[in-house]
Design a protein around this ligand. Sequence first.
Ligand SMILES: [Zn+2]
Length: 85
Amino acid sequence: MPNTSTRPLGGRVVADIADLANDRAQWHLDLALAARKPAPVRVSLEECVDCDEPISQARRLAAPGCMRCTDCQVLNEKEGARHAR
Ligand SMILES: [Zn+2]
């Protein structure tokens, strides 16, 4: 049961309308989250797609699905940020 606050009103105890709305919103959110599919497992590349240098094991473990070495990823993100302006 959700933690809904109550208050007396006309000899009855009623729930606060905001709490009821929050409970309903939480119920919808819980349903949507439960219906989500798990994120696909992506395999990191062993060589960078930009410079063909090996991608370190540490980076491949830290960023599953990575396609670039750290240096090329930094450059790629800087270029992306520049084009986003
Ligand atoms: Zn690279």
